[in-house]
Ligand binder design. Structure first.
Ligand code: HEC
Length: 258
């Protein structure tokens, strides 16, 4: 008599024991919320990089390749820092940047403008640099080369480690799904990792040439969609499909069969 087959008939998303379901559902809720927050964060930072709301190819180019005909100071003053100063001061700063950001003018006028409008956020305690000091402002007044190599290395490894963790557990939970053909299950589990690697690679490629910015969009949208679909299927099978009390059998065993 084959008892193993019967014993593991609960080994699938709809029939999992409730404590395991509680663990999986709690995890999925938290990463679902995390994904939404990540989307908002991208809109907040990169979305405004080119000064217009909403994420576009230009934002990605600004963030990674930079605007090699202008400075970071100027692009911020046209972007997320636009509302931080009066239009007159803003024009004065931009003029100063375009005229080569000289020390003399800084001492005469600009220092005062920065003290009035910027240093309460960009002061001595700010991690972004103290804007009451000429050197710090001068650095940002130079041509914008986009993300630095250090910044790219830092965010690349954080994203690769962090997001892989999310996809690992999501894929693991999804491997218990029932009624999904084996080849489709394997593709769904693998593709987010491929899109993730393409996404990270695209940052470096875009830093090198702005023509690769579309790859960043495809990577990000790609893994969001695939992860979203897996998320919905997992939740549906654990919370709704389970209600018919049917035994679905061992999900991994089913995937062994061709
Ligand atoms: C209310 C607080 C606040 C004020 C006032 C403010 N900033 Fe900022 N600034 C920020 C924050 C927060 C960031 C980081 C987020 C971002 O880049 O949008 C930032 C980032 C920047 C950056 C990018 C720095 C970097 O190294 O990436 C520049 C340049 C900048 N601000 C310029 C200015 C200038 C010029 C003024 C004055 C006209 C100003 N800011 C006033 C809060 C402020």
């Amino acid at each position: 008599m084959n008892t193993t087959h019967f014993d593991q008939a609960w080994f699938n998303l709809p029939n999992l024991p409730t404590p395991v379901k509680a663990l999986f559902v709690g995890y999925l809720l938290a990463i679902g919320l995390g994904l939404c927050m990540a989307g908002l964060q991208i809109m907040q930072t990169h979305g405004k990089a080119d000064g217009k709301a909403g994420l576009s190819l230009n934002d990605i180019i600004y963030s990674y390749y930079g605007n090699r005909s202008g400075s970071k100071l100027e692009s911020k003053l046209n972007g997320s820092m636009k509302t931080m100063s009066t239009p007159e001061s803003r024009m004065q700063i931009i003029q100063w940047v375009r005229n080569g950001s000289s020390r003399t003018e800084w001492d005469q006028q600009l220092n005062k403008i920065f003290q009035q409008e910027c240093t309460h956020c960009h002061g001595p305690e700010s991690a972004m640099g103290d804007f009451s000091r000429f050197d710090n402002v001068k650095r940002l007044a130079e041509t914008n080369e986009g993300a630095s190599i250090q910044a790219l290395i830092r965010s690349s490894h954080i994203h690769l480690f962090g997001i892989s963790f999310i996809f690992f557990f999501l894929g693991f939970i999804f491997s218990f799904a029932v009624g999904v053909p084996g080849w489709l299950k394997i593709s769904a589990i693998l593709t987010p990792f491929c899109f993730l690697i393409a996404d990270i690679l695209s940052w470096w490629l875009t830093k090198w040439s702005p023509g690769f910015a579309w790859l960043t969009l495809i990577g990000g949208i790609g893994y969001s969609i695939v992860a979203g679909i897996m998320w919905i299927i997992c939740m549906y099978q654990m919370l709704i499909l389970s209600r018919n009390k049917k035994l679905y059998g061992n999900a991994w065993q089913a995937d062994l069969e061709p």
